[in-house]
Design a protein around this ligand. Sequence first.
Ligand SMILES: *[C@@H]1O[C@H](CO)[C@@H](O)[C@H](O)[C@H]1NC(C)=O
Length: 452
Amino acid sequence: MDEHYDYVILGTGVTECVLSALLSVDGKKVLHMDRNQYYGGEGASLNLTQLWEKFRPGQEVPKDIGRDRDYAVDLIPKFLMANGELTKMLVHTDVTRYLEFKQLAASYVYRDGRIAKVPATEMEAVRSQLMGLFEKRRAKKFFEFIQNWKDDDPATHQGQDLDSSPMTKIFDYFGLEAGTRDFIGHAMALYLDDSYMTRPARETYDRIMLYTSSVARYGKSPYIYPLYGLGELPQGFARLSAIYGGTYMLDKTIDKIVVDDSGKFVGVRSGDETVKADALIGDPTYFQNLPVGGKNLVRETAKVVRAICLLKHPVPNTDNADSVQLIIPQNQVGRKHDIYVASLSSNHNVVPRDLHLAIVSTIVETDKPELELRPGLDLLGPIHEKFISLTPLLEPIEGGSESKIFITRSPDATSHVETINEEVHDVWRRATGGKKLDLKKRSDEEGAQVQA
Ligand SMILES: *[C@@H]1O[C@H](CO)[C@@H](O)[C@H](O)[C@H]1NC(C)=O
């Protein structure tokens, strides 16, 4: 191969495929490779045979749980926010034309030993089972404050300042209970920890507005999900990249990452070919057991434990919702990390008609990871099949400006893509030498095609 590329990209996860699409559209020459025969990398959607190959190698696939074509089980399930940035990116780039989305039926949160719908408006706050009578009134006032806030109208500020006050101060002003702060911070603003409390309230305000405006878009929950699994998403971006000249190669063994004496990237060797490029972008698993120029480029920061569960019923106590995002805030179960439950069904073409899928995940804190999922697993009722996985969370040790090797972070334990957006922005900035990702904005009315 004599061709010279601007970027070689390793791994076809969502983050990498979004980046390759954006770079191709930007006029860059991109070669994208994956060691697997399928798209998606760590976040692929597997069929029944692949599921057994991965989790029950050598064992026969049961005959009574459907056929391959009924299955598209995400190894890392993630939902999109209807008004989130990735959705906007999909619309802006027209990738939506390759995909069909369906909205998620419900968004739930765990509080005081039971689950309830996350209220998204002051009206819902008043009816919510999450709070007692007096707390509902306080929450209603809080949500009214958020909804009515206008930067240029001090009358709507109630003496508060979103830019200088920490979020705790706003919570204090409305006298909200700790458990209410938990669901607002973790199930609406989707924070991974409580450090947001001490940062300016503006950030939390923006996230709550994203949540409520996303709910308002299609009505039931703020989340949407692609039919046939999240693995459709990287494939959609890959198609876009291809239209703009990007080249894709699956099933490629990566033998060596070649660098010069100073450690600067030269090319990628696969078999007896070396592909040369100005820069490399790669998912961190490609660097895990492959030191570059004798140097380790990634480190493990934590592990995620996930349980993929097949159920013969919807998640109990959700009004038979065919799909649900359920968050168990860390404080509610005495943990340092939230537990996420993502549930889907045949309505999303990911399991056969009589089955439901529920994937429980969290960041590992002890030496008994599976036990840590218990608060989530206990909410599911009888579990028909369960596949447990433990995956390291990897991150780059260096930014890559010297080596021209730009490594992404592993997808985290959350079941939404908002953290992927940040990752795309971060790698884009690093890999383009500080350029800010600027998406031409289309009309806000133009959303993704979403089924009710
Ligand atoms: C399921 O996966 C297997 C193994 O990768 C593959 O050979 C087969 O074509 C897939 N089946 C369908 C229906 O996608």
